[in-house]
Design a protein around this ligand. Structure first.
Ligand SMILES: Cc1cc2nc3c(=O)[nH]c(=O)nc-3n(C[C@H](O)[C@H](O)[C@H](O)COP(=O)(O)OP(=O)(O)OC[C@H]3O[C@@H](n4cnc5c(N)ncnc54)[C@H](O)[C@@H]3O)c2cc1C
Length: 322
């Protein structure tokens, strides 16, 4: 019996969301008095055994480039085989794009109860109860998992990464073959030179209050200075001021950065649904009645064209750049 954690990667590097899942899985294993093991499909450039510092004792690695491209059906079968041979009782994913694609399929395949969007370790004092966000983060639900094998998909940025000094995991080559892909990838368009929005710790986001695409320069400058990514409201993407991959919200990307700076965005419920898991929200809006202020940790009532350049200057001064 063990806890196994799916390790997701892109461009040869393990994703931050998976480091959180590893830390979560290791803590859960300690809580259950068992060990944590990782499942890694595909090739990575980093030292796999070093992932032991996140608390996993063993990593089942399928070092096969056929797994470098996500195909949810192929991955589900491989993960099921490894998890079963490892005698896994709990399987942990990040509730990111890969986790959302694989975990429900694995749940059906293994007849294992799934809680998607977990935000805390289970309460195991009586049963196995996992807390999750519901109604776009407006409420919590405590979900009781009653099957023998259980699956948890952890919301990104809801569990801190824990590291142990010098921990090294045993890496075993898992003998699993990749089925022929069910999905044919015809083209991949990569956004280069920027922080990927889904992984960004800091996001600067603009709404219709910016008046037009020509005014995005100041947001770009602020985001670049802070090492963050750009986002926008749907109204902005619909108007073709910004590309749709930057649109956050109920119908866009759901993000959970440490800092979300919203400029000229009203704070409609559909927008909040994608950003209300941010650790700290700063709202800049000239209307003191804008609904976004209710969700803000810090608010600046003012004109974006006045406030943002002042912020840019302040950050430059702080960083000693001209
Ligand atoms: C089914 C459905 C799904 C949706 N999904 C999404 C979604 O995923 N994401 C999303 O964002 N929206 C979504 N929407 C749309 C959402 O309801 C809002 O219409 C949208 O978020 C508004 O975008 P906005 O805040 O940029 O624009 P507006 O509502 O027009 O707000 C602009 C804000 O800018 C402020 N402002 C104006 N000038 C300045 C200035 N100079 N300085 C500072 N502030 C200024 C104004 O006071 C105002 O608060 C969805 C709607 C529906 C019906």
């Amino acid at each position: 019996m063990s806890v196994v954690i799916f390790i997701d990667h892109a461009d040869g590097h393990v994703k931050k969301a998976s480091l959180e899942a590893l830390s979560y899985g290791a803590k859960l294993a300690a809580q259950l008095g068992t060990t944590a093991e990782g499942i890694l499909l595909g090739t990575v450039t980093e030292d796999v055994s070093a992932l032991g510092k996140y608390g996993v004792k063993k990593i089942h690695h399928v070092n096969n480039a056929a797994f470098d491209q996500l195909d949810a059906q192929v991955f589900t079968k491989a993960i099921a085989e490894i998890a079963q041979s490892a005698g896994a009782k709990v399987i942990v994913f990040s509730n990111n794009l890969s986790g959302k694609a694989i975990a429900p399929r694995l749940s059906a395949r293994l007849k294992a109860a799934l809680v998607a969007g977990a935000i805390a370790l289970p309460n195991t004092s009586s049963g196995f109860v996992v807390k999750k966000n519901v109604f776009s983060g407006k409420a919590f639900a405590n979900v009781s998992l009653n099957t023998d094998v259980k699956i948890i998909a952890l919301n990104p940025n809801s569990f801190a990464i824990h590291m142990e000094e010098g921990g090294a995991a045993e890496v075993v080559n898992a003998n699993v073959t990749a089925d022929a892909p069910k999905v044919k990838v015809t083209a991949t368009n990569k956004v280069t030179g920027e922080v990927p929005l889904s992984e960004a710790e800091l996001v600067v986001s603009g709404g219709r209050g910016l008046k037009g695409p020509e005014n995005w320069g100041m947001l770009e400058e602020l985001a670049k200075l802070l090492g963050g990514a750009l986002a926008c409201s749907r109204a902005v993407a619909d108007a073709h001021w910004r590309p749709h991959h930057e649109h956050v919200g109920q119908t866009g990307l759901a993000i959970a950065p440490n800092l979300y700076i919203a400029v000229g965005i009203s704070g409609a419920i559909q927008h909040l649904a994608g950003v209300n898991r941010s650790k700290v929200i700063v709202v800049i809006n000239k209307d003191p009645e804008a609904p976004f202020f209710k969700a803000a940790d810090y608010g600046i009532v003012g004109d974006a064209f006045d406030v943002v350049p002042k912020m840019v200057d302040a950050v430059k001064k702080l960083k000693g750049v001209s």
